[in-house]
Design a protein around this ligand. Sequence first.
Ligand SMILES: *[C@@H]1O[C@H](CO)[C@@H](O)[C@H](O)[C@H]1NC(C)=O
Ligand SMILES: *[C@@H]1O[C@H](CO)[C@@H](O)[C@H](O)[C@H]1NC(C)=O
Ligand SMILES: *[C@@H]1O[C@H](CO)[C@@H](O)[C@H](O)[C@H]1NC(C)=O
Ligand SMILES: *[C@@H]1O[C@H](CO)[C@@H](O)[C@H](O)[C@H]1NC(C)=O
Length: 480
Amino acid sequence: MAKLSTCFSLCCFLFILVPILAHSRQPSGDEEQAVLLRQQEADRVTNLPGQPAVNFRHYAGYVKLQPQDQKALFYWFFEAQSGVARKPLVLWLNGGPGCSSVAYGAAQELGPFLVRSNGTELTFNKFSWNKVANMLFLEAPVGVGFSYTNNSEDLRKLGDQITAADSYTFLINWFKRFPSFKSHDFYIAGESYAGHYVPQLAQFIYEKNKGFSKDSYINLKGFMIGNAAINEPTDTLGLFDYAWSHAIISDQLYDKINKECSFKEISNQTAQCTEHMRGFMEAYSDIDMYSIYTPVCLKSSGRTYSKLVVAPRLLTQHGLWHKLPSGYDPCTEDYVEKYFNRKDVQTALHANVTKLPYPYTTCSGVIKGWNDSPDSVLPTIQKLLDAGLRIWIYSGDTDGRVPVTSTRYSINKMRLKIKEEWRAWFYKSQVAGWVETYEGGLTFATVRGAGHQVPVFAPDQSLSLFTHFLTADTLPPSRS
Ligand SMILES: *[C@@H]1O[C@H](CO)[C@@H](O)[C@H](O)[C@H]1NC(C)=O
Ligand SMILES: *[C@@H]1O[C@H](CO)[C@@H](O)[C@H](O)[C@H]1NC(C)=O
Ligand SMILES: *[C@@H]1O[C@H](CO)[C@@H](O)[C@H](O)[C@H]1NC(C)=O
Ligand SMILES: *[C@@H]1O[C@H](CO)[C@@H](O)[C@H](O)[C@H]1NC(C)=O
């Protein structure tokens, strides 16, 4: 970067390619604006292999973080299918930690193009969430998907806090490249371990917004999280209750787990408890824990596990987590991995421009450890409710990993006053799930028959849920 100040012509050249470096040169406001808009245009995706023709624009590329570090985060952004200027902007985050929002959210769940047929084809998703919002997918933190750092030491220093801070810096820089979206209502949504990311990022934004820099104000209105890890002791308790109540484990094993395992001191268990955990995982080994009633992929390329959410400490302390079965349809995960490893796809998406020394994987294989992860984000959620944010928590009720029992126990911990009692909500004259609302702005809704990645299993119901969240409308209470 020192070169920038000593060589003007090289500087101009780099300046166009890498406008974030502009900080070090202090250009005039107009000049900076023009460069950033050129960068926006350079990120436009125009020839994505296998993509069906569409009438909305999409963009992908890197946003560098602070000038003093060597991190760049990768995003894929889809403008809304119509009414771009009026519709809100929504950031979607997957969990892990270490799983990619591009590989899961965008390419398998709720984006407009879903990867099919062994990574050779994209199909148009009729229920894409960009029907009702401008959708931004971010791979965070560094080490996830195409996001990278040039300083490998960074990969040892990751955790919840850095993820929130880096995602915030990404947003501030992204809005500079896409200034027309700055005034839009802004929401964050995500699933699984994003039950940590989403409230933590919302809190980060909320705190930063209190500062008086109008320049970096983000118009945050609320967030929505699904099958989300939010309170470890009750999330863990619900895991076993769900397995028992859905006839996956025996009465005897259930009793032994309840007797020998501690749900308060999650990381300190007896040898007997560990033995029962082995039995618990054995019970799940032939079905898909993330979607208990769907078939497993039988032509899998040897993928043996998915890390869609962080392993509960109860299961990891003796290295057992890796024996858990895969996430929903590892075949799709394989296709997605194939697709994003294609050179022509990477070129079209402006990805992997620095020739990373490892392949693209749906969940990171290069992150080394996770340094901070609080047991509970309920205090954060409570604080943001008090701040007036709209918060919806949803749960696909056939997920065994962060099951609906866990989410109910966890929400109950907040001891909120019920505003509207538990009732069914409808989609196309059928019960799509159940819903309860609480004083202070929290809505909890289930999605009937959906696994961990809800939009995969109930695409139309999910879009309806998301639409109601954005408009703050009551979910339909009757058949018609
Ligand atoms: C990482 O290094 C490559 C090669 O020197 C450079 O092109 C790229 O801009 C660097 N990225 C960041 C985020 O510093
Ligand atoms: C997928 O592609 C790989 C090679 O690209 C091939 O070996 C495999 O048989 C294909 N699988 C299916 C189901 O088409
Ligand atoms: C774990 O539990 C045992 C027995 O309940 C106790 O003696 C020990 O101090 C605990 N260890 C930690 C690290 O909490
Ligand atoms: C990036 O590109 C290099 C060189 O083409 C390739 O070997 C590597 O697998 C790619 N990595 C990712 C994460 O896409």
